[in-house]
Design a protein around this ligand. Sequence first.
Ligand code: FAD
Length: 325
Amino acid sequence: MELLDVAIVGAGPTGLACGIELKRRGISAVLFDKGCVVNSIYHYPTNLVFFTTPELLEIGDIPMTSLNEKPGRTEALKYYRRVADHYGLTVHQYERVLGFDGTSGNFNVRTETSDGEPHCYTAKRIILATGYYDIPNRLNVAGQELAKVIHYYREAHPYYNQDVLIVGAKNSAAIAALELHWTGARVTMVHRGGGIHHNVKYWIKPNIENRIKSGEIKAYFRSQVKEIRQHDVTVVTPEGEVTLKNDYVFAMVGYRPDFEFMEEHGICLNEATMKPITDPVTLESERPGVYLAGVIVAGTHTNEIFIENGRFHGKQIAEAIERSL
Ligand SMILES: Cc1cc2nc3c(=O)[nH]c(=O)nc-3n(C[C@H](O)[C@H](O)[C@H](O)COP(=O)(O)OP(=O)(O)OC[C@H]3O[C@@H](n4cnc5c(N)ncnc54)[C@H](O)[C@@H]3O)c2cc1C
């Protein structure tokens, strides 16, 4: 069985930052990702433009450039691939971590590769950097399990000339609504709140609000989806229930970290916020030897940690592991 200093679960920007900071300190680490390197970003909308300027997405002191003020998804994918190469990180892509047991200094990590082969490793320390993008928040309404309910918007083309309902009014919902509208879908938005969220990117907000004002995009605010059926949906609005013709529902209501995985592995969570309890300096959890990095630390408050600030967790954790080994 292979003996590692550190097993890093997740090769997103944060997992990579952890790998780099450990390598700089001469500590051996393997990163495992169930998908490709920066798998979440790979699955973002094809035409995504980050809200962050490039220098705030940088890891390992490697400068990032962009053709425009804000980088796009493809530029970010290229950048993080290049950084992983530059530092010679060992990334096991398409190898899911199923679980681990043992104690600090001697963890057994169980994985499975995409061909279904089980593998096992021994690691002195574990870093969980599994993000939040794999688990979409549910609408909790009848019909949410239908195949036409989509939690990951990629591109608008397949929805041309279709009746599309978008649930939510934050960035992802607003951008999907605009792209779908430009592509010839008939778009309706539904949101519990009173309008488009105040945090929506400054170049998107006026655009979506003007499309709503002109009636090109229909919006029901202070409203909720009640039921989704194959060809229509029921929405509860302040004026009463309405039934809308519908082909697809985009449930753009956010994502959450894998709380069950953490709890099953002895990571204590704050009951109110679901934030894992960690030492603020070292980010070690209450299970000795297990560290948490990136947006997973934010619990349900996923808008508090992004690449911009999560990338610094790598240094904090690597320093702590170096001291403790
Ligand atoms: C549409 C969108 C736009 C965004 N724009 C910005 C922005 O402009 N600026 C910004 O700073 N932030 C932005 N964010 C937020 C940011 O992308 C995330 O906060 C960031 O990706 C978190 O990084 P991470 O490394 O913690 O997690 P992730 O990037 O999600 O990486 C986690 C990795 O863990 C892997 N994984 C999960 N479970 C397992 C397992 N059991 N075994 C193996 N691997 C596993 C996943 O495949 C994934 O690759 C955006 C988010 C979204 C959804």
